[in-house]
Design a protein around this ligand. Structure first.
Ligand code: PEP
Ligand code: MG
Length: 324
């Protein structure tokens, strides 16, 4: 079967009833873009900038960052590359920037760190803008957003970086800006967020952890950690409906997007793209090419009536077996 799936990699990720579901990739370290581009992808849905920062000995400077970002942007151009600003804290510490806290996942993480250190964010934003100035495929994504003021402040810094570069003689256009939906509070602020940003990207790994109050890395409670929990499915469906009403694209870049059953449900909900680790592309593409949107929507309706994660999994497995 895997050989068959590999053969389908240059075929559209389209359902038999003609619904196109763009598949994107998550990247971190320097990637061989040409290898990834052999399969038909919609671009990079999540470039985790903290990953290259983890293997340096200090914060990389503007020139060094520019080189890293240029490689991604150029490698995938003209396809979009969604670059997330530094998302450290939680479980992701930089050796040269240790953060010690009793509850790191509820502490100084993502945007909270970079807004407290605008000098770090500014270098990063300047490097991204410079790297993309003649390519135009940069999308900027802000992680761990809780309040709209954080978005306003981040955009203010982005605009300042654009202004600075203009004064230095480098004309850059304002890239499209998005926020991660991964703190449950953002589920209830979609209208306010939509006034400020161009797109949404759901981080289901953290949204699962925070909605269910289950540490994503603690083996003791790992049986409770489930992105297909009915509460998560309800939240995801609402998010997709809100994004549609607000006329904004909504992607999902957590592990759930790389699970064929998860991907079908997200498609049925109305997610406009999915971003996953490259090894998941073949199986997700295969599922989309074999199941009609109408069938996926029927499945979603059935699933939304179920009360427990176990029932959800059982029902999904049964349907997926039938469709194989
Ligand atoms: C997520 O939270 O789902 C996500 C994509 O980001 P990360 O796994 O890097 O926290
Ligand atoms: Mg996250």
């Amino acid at each position: 079967l895997s050989e068959v799936l590999e053969h389908e990699q240059d075929l559209p990720s389209q359902t038999p009833d003609g619904h196109e579901m763009p598949l994107m990739v998550n990247t971190g370290l320097a990637v061989d873009a040409s290898a990834l581009l052999k399969s038909r992808i919609g671009g990079v849905g999540l470039y985790r900038t903290e990953v290259p920062f983890m293997i340096t000995e200090r914060f990389p400077g503007e020139k060094e960052q520019m080189r890293m970002y240029r490689e991604q942007l150029e490698g995938f151009a003209p396809l979009p590359v969604v670059m997330r600003t530094l998302d450290i804290g939680g479980d992701k510490d930089l050796p040269y920037f240790p953060i010690e806290e009793a509850n790191p996942f509820l502490g100084w993480r993502g945007m909270r760190v970079t807004l407290d250190h605008p000098e770090v964010l500014m270098v990063q934003l300047r490097a991204m803008l410079k790297a993309s100035h003649d390519l135009g495929n940069l999308y900027v994504l802000f992680p761990m957003i809780t309040n709209v003021e954080e978005v306003d402040e981040a955009i203010r810094l982005l605009d300042r970086a654009i202004l600075e570069l203009g004064e230095e003689g480098i004309a850059v256009e304002r890239p499209k800006v998005g926020v991660m939906i991964e703190v449950p509070a953002t589920i209830y602020q979609m209208d306010a967020l939509a006034k400020r940003v161009d797109f949404f990207s759901v981080g289901s790994n953290d949204l699962t952890q925070y909605l269910l109050a289950v540490d994503r890395n603690n083996p003791r409670v790992s049986s409770l950690y489930d992105a297909l929990h009915p509460a998560l499915l309800g939240a995801l469906q609402e998010l997709a409906q809100d994004a549609k009403r607000l006329n904004k694209p909504i992607s999902l870049c957590g592990e759930l997007a790389g699970d064929p059953a998860g991907a079908l449900l997200l498609m049925a909900m109305g997610f406009t793209s999915l971003s996953m680790n490259a090894p998941s592309l073949p199986k997700v593409r295969a599922a989309i090419r074999r199941v009609t949107l109408a069938d996926a929507q029927t499945l979603l309706k059935e699933i939304m009536l179920l009360d427990t994660p176990a029932l959800v999994h059982e029902h999904l497995n049964q349907r997926l077996d039938e469709w194989q």
